[in-house]
Ligand binder design. Structure first.
Ligand code: 5GP
Ligand code: MN
Length: 330
């Protein structure tokens, strides 16, 4: 880590131009690590652009600095230009370039100027400088490790705290003693934890809360013989509750509230695909299973997608489940 840190810090000079890029479907860790780093870099330069492949969900508006983030969907040319012309491009919270489509080519071409910081198991070598640690709870924790000695501002602390909070599912998974030390330090540095908690758990729309209840009552299927529970939300359901981007965030975690369930899945029908979220407990690899659906992620938390219809996706899912039935019995 020290070697990477020394290299990265040697790149900082007066007004260096920096792009910070994180994955599609921004979440609290991708934004938290990106904006946390951006707040830190604002000491060295005013030329920092935080870019996401598509817009962040509205409920993440509590992040200090969120108004400076721009998404490639609204201006692809500008996003590609920024990556092509930046002196340093930070890639945060994704392991492989398919997760930043359609900006992947620009990043590949920027190779020598790219710093890659990530905690996923998936990995593709596209950067000149790499700091990855799949044992870290979040990319926000990695950014913390890189910048802590230089001092952390309250805004940076708020962003990093948020990323750690959600990637550990509120300090429940991927926990190490270190995480509590990090969080203590972030709170001491002035992290606005009330703002973060309000943003995550105190800002639902009525529709979102009712959709959560509906999904658990009417769309949850429990398969005790497979120790699996899954939720399928159709486009009709989304329409009924006027679902917005991000409204299903965290919903999949409810499946593992069930005793005796080792694998939980959320499938959400979108315009041109079914988005899949996988969560597992213990020995079963959610990531290996996600590989059947163009996906990946962490051992116990992964994502992917299916180009089939919801009904066909469900059939494929159930067929695959039969093959791994033995692996789920523990
Ligand atoms: P979520 O289910 O919350 O969307 O994602 C769970 C984890 O899997 C996150 O760490 C996320 O970065 C990763 N992930 C989500 N979707 C994909 C995907 O399509 N491909 C890969 N490789 N990882 C994903
Ligand atoms: Mn993450």
């Amino acid at each position: 880590m020290e070697e990477v840190k020394t290299k990265i810090f040697s790149l900082f000079k007066d007004d260096v131009s920096v792009v910070i890029l994180s994955h599609r479907n921004p979440d609290s860790d991708s934004l938290g690590s990106s904006l946390g780093l951006a707040h830190f870099l604002s000491r060295y330069t005013r030329r920092v652009a935080v870019i996401t492949p598509n817009p962040a969900p509205r409920f993440l508006n509590y992040f200090p600095g969120i108004e400076t983030v721009f998404d490639a969907e609204s201006d692809l040319e500008r996003a590609n230009w920024a990556i092509e012309n930046a002196e340093i491009v930070f890639c945060l919270d994704f392991g492989t370039l398919d997760r930043v489509e359609p900006l992947n080519e620009a990043v590949r071409n920027a190779g020598k100027r790219v710093v890659h910081i990530d905690h996923h198991l998936d990995f593709e070598p596209f950067a000149a400088y790499i700091y990855r640690d799949p044992a870290a709870c979040s990319t926000s924790e990695l950014v913390y490790r890189l910048i802590r000695q230089e001092g952390i501002s309250p805004d940076a602390a708020t962003c990093l705290y948020s990323g750690i909070l959600t990637d550990t599912v509120s300090f429940k998974v991927r926990m190490t003693p270190e995480v509590h030390w990090v969080v203590a330090d972030l709170i001491a540095a002035g992290a606005d934890i009330n703002k973060v908690h309000e943003g995550i758990n105190g800002s639902y729309t009525e529709n979102r809360l009712r959709m959560t209840g509906f999904a658990l009552l009417n769309r949850l299927c429990v398969l005790p013989e497979y120790k699996t529970a899954y939720i399928m939300l159709t486009a009709q359901d989304a329409e009924r509750f006027n679902l917005e981007e991000g409204d299903t965030e965290g919903l999949v975690n409810f499946t593992l509230y069930l005793e005796g369930v080792n694998f939980g899945v959320l499938m959400t029908e979108r315009k041109d695909m079914v988005k899949m979220s996988f969560r597992s407990r213990g020995a079963f690899s959610a990531r290996d299973f996600a590989a059947n659906f163009e996906g990946g992620g962490h051992y116990n938390a992964a994502g992917g997608r299916s180009r089939l219809s919801p009904a066909e996706t469900e059939t494929k899912f159930l067929e695959l489940l039969r093959k791994v039935k033995d692996q789920l019995q523990y």
